[in-house]
Write a protein that binds this ligand. Sequence first.
Ligand SMILES: Cc1ncc(COP(=O)(O)O)c(C=O)c1O
Length: 453
Amino acid sequence: MANISLAERDLKHIWHPCSQMKDYEELPPIVVDRAKGVYLYDTDGKRYIDVVSSWWCNLLGHCNDRINAAVKSQIDRLEHVIFANFSHEPAITLCEKLSALTPVALNKFFFTDNGSSAIEAAMKMSFQYHIQSSIPGHSRKRRFMALSDAYHGETLGALSVGGVDLYSELYRPLLIDVVRIEAPDCYRCKYGASRETCSAECFASAEETFDRFGDETCALLVEPLLQCAAGMRIYPSLYLEKLKKICVAYGVHLIADEIATGYGRTGKMFACGHADVTPDIMCLSKGLTGGYMPMALAVTTDEIYDAFYADYSENRAFMHSHTYCGNPLACSAAVEVLNIMSDEDIIGGVAIKAPIFTAMAQSEMSGIKWVGEIRHIGLINAIELVEDSATKKPFDPKRRCGYQIYRRALSKGVLLRPLGDVMYFNPPLVMEEKDMRHALRVCAECIREVLME
Ligand SMILES: Cc1ncc(COP(=O)(O)O)c(C=O)c1O
């Protein structure tokens, strides 16, 4: 194998996620050898700034000394154990610590092993709750509602509630029929209002949908404040507050998918915190382990938990499991993440850096005529590129502008991974100003170079 590169060996066998593998003929996989902080290093020693936190999960930098030490110490004690009827200290500590941070009513933790599986668990939990409920009419509640352009994962249940055609359209015949609410689209607001000052006029679609389907719906799934995969679409907290109120009125569970928005990404520990909304179930993953290991949680209330609590013979148990749920290594990483967040006041740091990063994004992008909108929340800054900023006309997707910019930026050592033509920065929360400035500058340079051509 001496003369065959690792990239060639990779392509002989590996089918990469969310990729047209033919693209790899021109852009072979970058084989990463090691990482530290916000930097990845490939096998040739070339450095890349990871401004997308490796799919939004790396929170406190790669190979963080404290998380590494926690995992190393755990691995010599207990690597994994069945989680039915068995438990371990890292899982217990994690739930104790998290229950001090989640909204007060959320104090029961169900472990799964990736984000999609947490969504599936939450959906099944809500469905079963309603079937087992003694409230008149509730056993009829069997449908799910979700927003257009939502993203909740790729397994069939999670894909069903998702609304991004790119991922779900082809599989439609396999998916469950979901009631759809038209999501807010603040950049192209139909009411000509602005995100900062609107009264959530677009909530009318939710009202109509609840009016028609609220009685037959068990749960509404929502990405609070930020629809990431839709192109980092940000909507006002008022909209979320209204969703919570209408869910209560119709006896519909609110399932907050905080998989991408939790852990300080929006500037608060959980995005629901911006609206002071307590969901009935909150799904967490990604930042949960600092981006170290696959693990997820569906966190819920005593009220839901109690609906499953009975003598075994009553068949009310939640018969759901994943082999690796509650993995001790992942829990040890997750405990250390919370320790670091508290010791180093990571969210306080986000509050300081957020306006600085946004000002930098605005200044680096100024004068680029294709910048339609720069939207921001927490350390996230997203730049939507359009052919015509006056009319907001998008580029022809066949041009793959975002992809060309991505390739160009990689050659200059910056890992952007745009969503269509939305270039975004969703860095580890420990990203420093100098790295952010550099990445933004490279991004602006690449936008100019690619779109000028
Ligand atoms: C909001 C949201 N929900 C669910 C998921 C699915 O998580 P996973 O990829 O771990 O299955 C993602 C992944 O990006 C996400 O962004």
